[in-house]
Design a protein. Sequence first.
Length: 427
Amino acid sequence: MTDAALGRKVQVSLPNRDRNSARCQSVTPGSNPHGSRVLGKCAGIPWAETRSSVARGVQGALVMSARRSAAAVCLTLLTCTLVHIPLQAQSRVLELNDAGWKALDKGDADRAARLFAEALSVQPNDPVLLFGAGVSLQGQGRPRDAMARLKRSLELDPKLKSASVFLGRIAYHEGEVDLAIKTYEKALTLAPGDRELMSALTEWRREAEVHRTFEERRYDRFRVQFEGRAEESLASQATTVLNSAFWRIGQKLGAYPSDTIVTILYTEKQFRDITRAPEWSGGYYDGRIRLPVAGANRDPNLFTEVLTHELTHAMVSNLAPRGVPAWLHEGMAQYFDGSDVEAARRRIRALGGFVPLQHLEGSFSRLTAAQAHLAYDEALVASAVIFDRPDFGWTRLLTTLADGQPFYRAIESFGFTYADLEAPFKR
Ligand SMILES: [Zn+2]
């Protein structure tokens, strides 16, 4: 399994996701205490994006890898566990298992989940079927359910390394770093020297060590983690900003996700060490909001904008764990962080061309820096078209996307086409 499957490396491999690259270049050296840190810049792909816009590629890589690994053990395990059930049922389970992995290969997690669920109704204690069910549930944006199946799978067969890898990654992204570490430690005893396991383990232990001395401030649904007294007032400020932005964003979207939102305040060095985010980044979201806060007291507006940007990713991810195009995620985050729509539109017009939004549904990673500037501007301008529609049904759109409907079709039911969203690029 590659890191592209679930890990942070996916996220940091996308420096071109710099929505403010244009602004970044305009920062006068020395004028910003944080070097290249610029308003609202977001280095992280929302974890939701790894479930959604990036999901097809990422999930595909993961599933392919999971499938390959499972294939080797599949027949043996299934055959072992199947001996206790009638022949006809055995062959049905094998068919369902095969069809389930094929569905995952095609990116159809919903169908795969149904197939594995049916197989498990006949053979509930099969580790491979449980593994397949876990992969499918993750593909459906249900990490907690996925983790439960994977844990059960590993109870039944601790040697199923792919299940360990998968569980560790999901656990990490769900903030359960201890579980992630324990899972990989166990897997390493069965696969000593495995580089992928060792590399992730080293990073997670380093992160756990940094967080060991952190304190936590809880307010309503927010948990803000910080280190030392110096940052206590900043943590307090963060909860105020988060709370106020939460209600403002929720009101616009017509929904207030109930999930706990974790924000971690780092020193610049801790932030770079843990996220490996590029220099220009000012924030990161990977299931938790991570911010470097050195100097934030001197620039409270920047702090507010970055927090609001990342909070939007968190709320959208909670409302739609998958299916939201990358451009829409970034467009919404920029809209709420107060980015200037008109300035973005002028920049697009000045270039005299644009990238079709449909090409920006997935990762921006293949774009050059110049294309990425444009992509972020397009994301903002196109999202603003939707925001301009009074009483737009954001909740319905996000639910429809999370249910697996492609964006172009989902937006049609609101009377929009992609051409409508791209129209401001031309005028
Ligand atoms: Zn962002």
